[in-house]
Write a protein that binds this ligand. Structure first.
Ligand SMILES: [Mg+2]
Length: 220
């Protein structure tokens, strides 16, 4: 199992009941092709937080999938309305910063003195590699989705105060959708794009997640 997936699992387990109860999406689409400027306008969405792998590209791909070419126009029409929220590891975080320089890539760390928020945008990182290494050495750990705090940080970066104006778009109930619900934001659940590109262990956990979502439907 990839280390970032294992860490997400460890963080999720103690809160599984709460998270599973908060995993019903506002909208469910097959793919992000349904997310257009018209849709955002009609639904009163002023900010979008994007998951990456399985949502806008295949697993650890190097660019937005060409099937979703419309996203380039959507984002460049109003880049200040979009940001990325991924549970990836540090190398992938830096890679996303290089791949999608027009979008703030967000993350956060839990430290003994409170959360530390970080983003990289247009080649500038709020924290140097040395600062992050020091934080981790002192026992900080990455805050991963599901996290309402990450969505609230996204709202801050996008300059929004009403969570209902924010849409988290992702392919996973227990990370992407639950993050939105924990923050009072809205969410779009898409089917995992190019599931065949994901490692077997992740595909297995995605199947378990779907099963848990279905079992928990009456409690949501
Ligand atoms: Mg994903």
């Amino acid at each position: 199992m990839p280390a970032d997936q294992y860490a997400t699992l460890l963080q999720t387990m103690p809160r599984l009941w709460t998270i599973a109860r908060n995993s019903r999406p506002t909208y469910a689409f097959d793919t992000v092709q349904s997310i257009t400027g018209d849709f955002l306008e009609r639904e009163g969405v002023r900010g979008v937080l994007w998951d990456v792998d399985g949502t806008i590209m295949s697993y650890h791909a190097k660019a937005i999938d060409e099937t979703f070419g419309h996203l380039h126009a959507l984002i460049s029409a109003d880049p200040d309305r979009h940001a990325v929220l991924s549970n990836c590891d540090e190398p992938r975080f830096r890679e996303l910063g290089d791949m999608l320089p027009e979008l703030p890539i967000l993350r956060a760390y839990a430290t003994p003195s409170g959360p530390v928020f970080r983003h990289t945008h247009r080649g500038r990182d709020t924290h140097s590699h040395e600062e992050i290494a020091r934080l981790l050495q002192r026992g900080a750990r990455q805050i991963r989705k599901p996290s309402g705090a990450l969505v609230r940080y996204g709202m801050e970066i996008l300059g929004l105060t009403d969570p209902q104006e924010v849409l988290m778009v992702g392919d996973q109930y227990l990370t992407d959708v639950a993050s939105a619900n924990l923050a009072g934001a809205r969410s779009v659940k898409v089917r995992t794009w190019r599931r065949d590109t994901f490692p077997f262990s992740i595909r297995t956990s995605q199947r378990l997640e779907r099963l848990l979502y279905l079992v928990m439907r009456p409690f949501q």
